[in-house]
Ligand binder design. Structure first.
Ligand code: FES
Length: 290
């Protein structure tokens, strides 16, 4: 690891352990967490597109602010000011989606997310100052450069959240389930309509007997990893106990977010009185990677 990478890692670790951020995070989460599960939350989360939308939207302000810096170099100050204005306006949906994602975090990831948001707010202030100063020709460049620097630092923390802490990543991405039929439990262990968890080759598997049909899904919620067996059945879905995502028992598809990835399902069969499961479809890259 390079010296720079080591230094950045130390900074990230400090932020992760900075419990002084918790009171502010508690207060902010009371606001951002007030949005209930449903259509608006799904839109903000990206449940309809299969990935969080926050990382997609952030490209707009970053592109606008960066392009404005280039136009400052080439002397097109009027266009640079317009781009700064566009960048400022485009932060609204970015902030809304980020706040929604952040409201579902906890502990160290919540602290890093709060620091990320605070830096973004300071950067936004610098760009807003730049936009106002740019009413006078030639002014406001320093302020937007400062904003870009802060945005870079904030972007690094955002990357740390995703790539190092796994926020926004399908928590089952590296799960290993058997490709051969494997014993899970006895049919007598399953009470109709009551979700239960069993361990199969080290992996927690949710098994539900609903109206005489046995369904099996990975038990770790793809969103933030909640144990689905602690949730409840809602119609033909299992509802996650943490943030109320609903996954169809039949195929694991999302009926309600904030999850953005479907829940992996397993094939089931009954041999005698024994319930057996196996992976429904190969996840070749993930298997080979382990
Ligand atoms: S952990 Fe968030 S919806 Fe399941």
């Amino acid at each position: 690891m390079s010296r720079l990478a080591n230094a950045l890692e130390r900074v990230a670790t400090k932020v992760e352990n900075l419990s002084a951020l918790d009171p502010a995070a508690d207060a902010a989460q009371k606001v951002t967490g007030a949005l209930p599960a449903g259509r608006v939350k799904d839109l903000l989360s990206g449940s309809d597109v299969g990935h969080p939308v926050h990382p997609l939207l952030i490209t707009v302000p970053i592109g606008a602010f960066t392009s404005a810096a280039v136009l400052d170099l080439t002397g097109d100050h009027a266009a640079a000011r317009r781009l700064i204005g566009l960048g400022i306006l485009s932060t609204l949906p970015v902030a809304a989606t980020g706040a929604s994602d952040w409201s579902d975090t906890a502990g160290a990831e919540r602290r890093v997310g709060l620091a990320h948001a605070a830096l973004n707010t300071v950067a936004l202030g610098a760009f807003a100052t730049s936009w106002v100063l740019r009413r006078s020709p030639g002014r406001g460049k320093i302020s937007s450069l400062v904003g870009l620097g802060i945005l870079g630092a904030s972007g690094w923390l955002g990357g740390h959240l995703s790539y190092a802490m796994g926020v926004g990543v399908d928590t089952t991405a590296f799960s290993q389930t058997p490709t051969d039929w494997s014993d899970v439990c006895d049919t007598a262990d399953l009470v109709d309509g009551s979700p239960k968890a069993f361990t199969v080759e080290g992996e927690s598997v949710l098994v539900v007997n609903r109206a005489g049909r046995i369904h099996a899904l990975l038990n770790r919620c793809t969103h933030r990893g909640a144990p689905l067996n602690e949730g409840q059945l809602v119609g033909d879905c299992i509802e996650c106990p943490w943030h109320a995502s609903r996954f169809r028992l039949e195929d694991g598809m999302i009926e309600q977010g904030p999850a953005t990835r479907p829940q992996p399902v397993l094939q089931t069969r009954v041999e005698g009185t024994r319930v057996q499961v196996r992976r429904s479809e190969p996840r070749a890259l993930r298997v080979n990677a382990v």
